[in-house]
Structure formats: C-alpha cells, structure tokens
Design a protein around this ligand. Structure first.
Ligand SMILES: Cc1cc2nc3c(=O)[nH]c(=O)nc-3n(C[C@H](O)[C@H](O)[C@H](O)COP(=O)(O)OP(=O)(O)OC[C@H]3O[C@@H](n4cnc5c(N)ncnc54)[C@H](O)[C@@H]3O)c2cc1C
Length: 511
C-alpha cells in the first residue's frame, strides 16, 4: 500500500500474543496461515463446531492486524479511510451466516446510482426498480437508457431474481460484455454509461474479462438487498470476526509471517518469522492456507512432492487505486449514493479522465468524517493507474494523478470547482494502490468464479496431502462472500477429518 496522512489501524487484541519466543516449538491442532476474512471464517467454523473441547487453533497473520484486503486506516483527525473503496453487500449468503449485522451498525446506500453522462452537466439518476417502488418502470433510467434498453432490463432482472445462485452459476458462461450486448441485447451506449462503470468498480476489470456468472451473481445480490458501510469502516467486519474467533479460543498471532510448511510424518511443521525476527516453529495436525493465491502457490511449491505447482500458470491479479479528499461540509451530493462515470470510452479510466466512480462515504455513514467535514473517495482502475506509473514502472505518480482527478471532479460539480481544485480546501487524505486486489474471474482454468468454493483439498487441480487445505477468494468468487464461503469449506474439511467419518457432510467440494 502507499498512502499519505493517516495513522495505522488498530490490530486485533491477539496482537499482545505476537511477541514471539525465540526459536520455540509449539503444537496445535490447526494452524491457519493468513488472517483475511477467509482464514478467520475457517477459524470460526472450526472453533464453533469442533467436537473436541481442547482443539487448539492458531492463526498466523503476517501483517500487524487482521483483515487482509478488508482493512481501514483511521487518521488522527478523525477520518476513516478504507484501504480501497469497498461496500458491504448485505445479501451475501455466507456473510449473513457469519457476521452480526447489528454489531456492524450498517448504514445503507440509496439503491441505484447517479451517472455523469458525456456533455451533460447534470448527474442523471438510475433507480433500482425493484426497491424504489415510487419509480415507474419507464422512468427508471432516464436519460441514461433509451426505451429499448429499459425494456431489456426486464429479462435481465427476471433471470437474476427467479434463478437461485447455484442456477445462475450453472448458466452457460461467457464474458459479461457479450452477455449484456448479445444475450440481453443492451445497446453499447447504455453499457458504457451504466453497466461498465458500475460493474468494473466492483470487479476491477473491463467487462470483457469478467465472467457472466459474476454479472448475474452481483446483480442478484444487489437487487435483493442493500449495500452499506459499517460504522467502524470496513475494518469493523474484520475486527468483529477476530473478536468472534478469539472469544471461541482461537489464538491470533499478528506480525507473524509464515516462511515455509513442511510435512513430517502425520504432522506439518510451519516456520514463521515474528516482528522481532525470531523464528517460531509450529507443529500442526492440519494446516489451512488462507493467503492470496500468489503466496499460497509459493509456499506450496516449496513443499516436497508439490513442486509441480510451480509450473502452473500464475492466476492474473487485478490492481485498483483509491484517492481520498477531506473538505468542509457540505458535500456536492447530499444523498448516500454511488456516482458513476458514464462518459464512455476514452473518458473513463483513461489518463485525462481517470475516475471510474466517486462516493462520499461520510454521506452514507457519518463516522467516516469528523463533524462539519466530508470525505470523498475516488476509485481509479488499473488502466488509469498504468497511465500514471512512474518512469521506472514500480510506482504511481500520485501528484499528477491527483491533479487529473481534481480536474475531472471539478467538471462534474462546477459550483464546487474552486474548492475542489484548491489543495488547501479539498485536502488529499490518502492515496492507495492495491496490487493483487482481486484474482482473475474469467478466462483461465481456475478463475475465481465458482459459487460455493472449489474443493479445498487441492490447489488448482493438484491434490494436497491429507490435512493441508487451501481457501481464499481465489478458490471461490473474488468477493467477500467467496472468501468467507471458501473459509467455511476449509473449516469443515478439518472438522470432517477430525471426525474420521466416511459419510461426507463436509465441504471438500462445493457448498
Ligand atoms: C480495494 C478492494 C475493494 C474490494 N471491494 C469489495 C466489495 O465491495 N465487495 C466484495 O464482495 N469484495 C470486495 N473486495 C474483495 C474482497 O475484499 C476479497 O475478495 C477478500 O477480502 C479476500 O479475502 P481472503 O481472505 O481471501 O484474502 P486476503 O484478504 O488477501 O487475506 C490473506 C491474508 O494472508 C496474509 N498473509 C499473506 N502472506 C502471509 C504469510 N506468509 N504468512 C502469514 N500471513 C500471510 C495477508 O496479510 C492477508 O491478511 C475488494 C477488494 C479490494 C482490494
């Protein structure tokens, strides 16, 4: 991450255990590597359902706090900066099972979006017909969509609402762009103005590289429920999971980076380096590898007998950027709604027009800014970030990107332009570039586009020894829900092994 003007976020209370004893050897039943939401879901599943009362579950997290890609920073002057713009999609089935929504104190976005169209100073409003009952269907998307496009929304919504998630994932797969243009017959103009900025903001990749399964899945989730932000930022999701796991006896050790896994007899030996550079060796009956796909591949490849994993093609990863601005109230848009750049090709996610979407998180959840101030979050996709990569190619020219972003926002809100262009009025609070934000969701043999999660006892088709399991969003869908369900799968895999039962109720396969 690269960021400015913010302090670190709070870690889990498990951090107190992180001070390593030098070169000690420990023992546990389950060692979980990675404290993102998938690893924590696995830990909770095991700790909640283990038949053995004294099952010892240890979770090792390389970073200084849990959460992985679901983290926030808290500035000293009272702003919450999620590490990349993210929303909480309430309808996710596994999130509904695992998380305490009341505890998150969610505040909802308005359904729909406001869209900046080319050559139109006003922002057009797109209303979700299913939840905004006051809107007559014909006026839903004016002026974003023509009459034919409005009519074509009906079969799309009928599909996502009448089919179950599993049925949607079983439909013939194509890329999302072909699906929208050819299967549903939408016009290119409507796709460019609405679907592209909306969906690409969620999946971080152009529609042609995105599975139609994900298109149907995300539309179903959004049509059926609300999107929202937690009171404590997205980090609250991770902190709640960590607290839940710890309350059930899981030991979370942060600042503990796993260097290797070895199999010795029936046990695994996990070596990890702590912050003070001491090494800890943990013997475990079971290991769950809950890191991102790149780290998982590296650790597995170095294990005896699994060297073949190294020859597998790397799963492409998607990068996303996010800029934050703080300014005195009022915000240019007073409703809690997402703003999309619907200006079309060449004027979205390009060098001169880098913005994909904008949000004022403080209008959704007022904890995101101190009283009297607002926060603006600007999402910038990979193609625009590339246009601002530094000469040596390993960084982003944030100063130039910031200028282009301000110019573009000022064009959207001419009445606020002077303040937006003035760095002392709209103060840049943070700039993030998140590489490996999401694994590819389409086009390779192990894309992350599987409902329920792939079998956790293998890595991209290569079987793993008993007791070694893999989870993470790269094994399901590249979403919070995918990560959670893959973690539950892996947890059940461990429980199944412990039970020694032959009758499979585990989720070694799909849920
Ligand atoms: C900016 C952004 C916005 C997003 N927005 C949304 C959204 O709106 N809706 C949605 O559904 N999804 C969204 N996602 C996707 C979602 O956040 C991820 O799919 C999910 O969080 C992945 O969780 P995970 O547990 O699989 O992996 P991770 O979160 O990557 O967790 C892996 C953990 O392993 C740790 N680790 C790595 N190496 C080691 C090691 N050697 N030893 C110990 N620990 C290690 C890492 O530090 C990390 O904590 C977004 C992602 C990003 C980046």
């Amino acid at each position: 991450f690269s960021m400015a003007s913010s302090s670190g976020s709070s870690g889990s209370s498990g951090s107190s255990h992180a001070a390593a004893e030098a070169n000690t050897e420990e023992w546990c039943d389950v060692c979980i590597i990675g404290g993102g939401v998938s690893g924590m879901a696995a830990a909770i599943e095991i700790a909640s359902n283990s038949k053995e009362e004294d099952t010892r579950v240890v979770l090792l997290e390389a970073d200084s706090a849990v959460g992985g890609r679901v983290r926030s920073d808290f500035t000293e002057d009272g702003f919450i900066l999620d590490r990349g713009f993210a929303v909480f999609i309430e309808r996710y089935p596994t999130a509904m099972e695992i998380l305490d929504y009341d505890g998150l104190e969610l505040r909802k976005f308005l359904p729909g979006a406001k869209v900046k169209l080319r050559d139109d100073e006003r922002l057009a409003t797109v209303v979700d017909p299913l939840r905004e009952r006051r809107a007559a269907f014909g006026t839903l998307t004016t002026p974003v969509a023509g009459v034919k496009d409005k009519a074509r929304l009906l079969p799309l919504f009928a599909t996502v609402l009448t089919k179950s998630i599993d049925e949607l994932f079983q439909m013939e797969e194509t890329d999302s762009l072909s699906c929208l243009l050819e299967r549903y017959g939408f016009s290119q103009d409507f796709v460019d103005a609405f679907f592209a900025p909306f969906l690409e903001g969620i999946y971080l990749i152009p529609l042609e590289f995105q599975s139609s399964r994900m298109l149907h899945f995300v539309l179903k989730m959004i049509a059926r429920g609300s999107t929202s932000l937690p009171r404590g930022g997205m980090q609250a999701v991770s902190d709640q999971m960590a607290a839940n796991a710890e309350s059930k006896g899981v030991e979370i050790k942060v600042s503990t980076k796993v260097l290797s896994i070895e199999k010795s007899g029936d046990l695994y030996s996990v070596s990890a380096e702590s912050e003070d550079c001491s090494t800890r060796h943990i013997k475990a009956k079971n290991v769950i590898l809950a890191t991102d796909v790149g780290v998982a591949k590296n650790l597995l490849t170095r294990m005896e007998g699994l060297e073949g994993i190294g020859a597998l093609p790397d799963l492409p990863q998607r990068t996303v950027g996010c800029l934050y601005y703080a300014f005195e109230s009022p915000a240019p848009v007073l409703e809690p709604i997402l703003l999309l750049n619907g200006e079309g090709r060449g004027r979205r996610s390009s060098k001169d027009f880098p913005i994909n979407s904008i949000c004022f998180p403080s209008m959704v959840q007022n904890t995101y800014s101190p009283k009297g101030f607002e926060l603006c979050s600007v999402s910038v996709l990979e193609s625009a970030l590339k246009a601002y990569s530094t000469e040596n190619g390993d960084g982003i020219d944030y100063e130039a990107l910031d200028k282009a972003v301000r110019r573009q926002i000022a064009g959207w809100f001419p009445d606020f332009a002077a303040g937006i262009l003035d760095e002392s009025v709209w103060v840049k609070k943070g700039a993030y570039c998140i590489p490996n934000a999401q694994p590819s969701q389409f086009g390779s043999s192990h894309s992350a586009n599987v409902s329920g999660g792939r079998p956790c006892g293998s890595f991209q088709g290569i079987g793993l020894p008993a007791g070694l399991l893999v989870c993470g969003d790269h094994t399901a869908t590249a979403t919070l829900n995918g990560a959670l369900e893959s973690g539950v799968n892996a947890g059940r895999g461990v429980l199944f092994r412990a039970s020694g039962s032959k009758s499979s109720s585990s989720r070694q396969g799909s849920r």
